[in-house]
Design a protein around this ligand. Sequence first.
Ligand SMILES: Cc1cc2nc3c(=O)[nH]c(=O)nc-3n(C[C@H](O)[C@H](O)[C@H](O)COP(=O)(O)OP(=O)(O)OC[C@H]3O[C@@H](n4cnc5c(N)ncnc54)[C@H](O)[C@@H]3O)c2cc1C
Length: 436
Amino acid sequence: MPANPMDDPGGTPDSYWAATAVAGPDVPAFAGSETADIVVIGAGYTGLSAALHLAERGKSVLVLDANEPGWGASGRNNGQVVAALKHEPHEIEERFGKERGSELIRVVGQGPDLVFGLIERYGMQCDARRTGILTAAHSAASLSDLKRRVEVWQGRGAPIEMLTRAEIATKSGTEFYAGGCIDSRGGSINPLGYARGLARAVLQHGGAIRRDAFVRGIARKGNGWSLTLDRGTVDAGTVIIGTNGYTGDFWPGLKKTFLPARTPQVVSKPLGDNQRRTILPDGQIMSDTRYLTVGVRMHPDGRLHLGGGGGTAGADSAALYRELPEHGKKLFPHLGELEWEYRWSGFMAMTPDRYPRLFELAPGVASVLGYSGRGICTATILGRELARWAAGDAGIDQLALPASSFRTLPYYPLRGLIVEGAVLFHTIRDRAAHAS
Ligand SMILES: Cc1cc2nc3c(=O)[nH]c(=O)nc-3n(C[C@H](O)[C@H](O)[C@H](O)COP(=O)(O)OP(=O)(O)OC[C@H]3O[C@@H](n4cnc5c(N)ncnc54)[C@H](O)[C@@H]3O)c2cc1C
């Protein structure tokens, strides 16, 4: 039975991020009717980046979130700051054409500069580390693909290096992988800390944020728009929608443009000194080439963090968290049975081709969503792009991501079966590839 993402419990989830992030800024609850030049729905990276880039320029902007800043995927993810979409450069150029494609590659490649730059500029306390990202190859075939990918990126001047089997084993602390690479542009953050830092920066520049502000509908009013909430209305000239995997029914069909997939994260109790020393000793974060990628982190307090590796469109359940500890045993057999102190999940918005979607839904209403699990940089970039659009600096067709025509997925009602089927299929495929 597919879950409605917005039915997940309110408040901060019992996550490692919630336990370690700095407190969020004081944000008042939505209390009655308001007006703003520009209203943003959703206080994750998309909405907060849009609001920050508008507020920095003195624009009047109001962010509404049904929960609180960072409640969605932005406060629940693995914290991998990656300088790429899920596609190879030539695929991006084939999809969007040489000119638009290479511009998109360039902008996305600068994503970590933007994210780490904002963190530095606003002094955000979010455990930011720009130590590079490791990608480990789970099979001989994926290692050849990775070599090709690295060569292509090197040809474009990206600071990426291949690592031999022995090198990735030393850098990661596991002998599970056939080889890998390191991309020095990337790094890691406490994702909830980053979301809260963005919210604080929005307020610092005079932007407004309201929590407990569940938008139920949007209707035309004069030359602008009127949003209906549980306790009043908000009138605005321009509306930015940044609700990603948590998008509901407030705009007809929008939630049917992607499949919401709930994915798990687990964090262990602190390991002993000798155990922790060998795992990711240089402070990098690691992902792998499996379709159901597993993200691996070692926290400064010695806790092992694993994320991904499976998912569901349904409710949170014990079954969702079975695979990650098993995978952990394969990666680090010497650790034995670990105690997993934190576990939580969040919804990704998966598009069939794993490209995000930018929609101009009506004059003055735009949305970007569908990050397919790669949203820290991309949502920050595309939030900034929507700010350019809302400020009147650029038309929707002049933004870094070409706009999509609005199309709902005809098989959306079958999302429960599709997500479960895809997880099963890719689990078997990833395991078979590793064994071969
Ligand atoms: C488990 C997990 C791991 C991930 N790991 C990584 C990673 O390591 N690296 C990476 O780059 N990306 C990762 N991602 C993806 C990334 O987290 C997301 O792409 C990104 O956070 C999306 O940000 P957003 O602002 O668009 O949406 P969200 O952060 O999901 O925010 C949406 C907000 O909209 C609000 N909302 C929804 N409906 C309404 C409404 N009707 N009215 C008012 N408010 C509403 C919600 O309350 C929510 O706060 C991961 C995602 C998940 C779930």
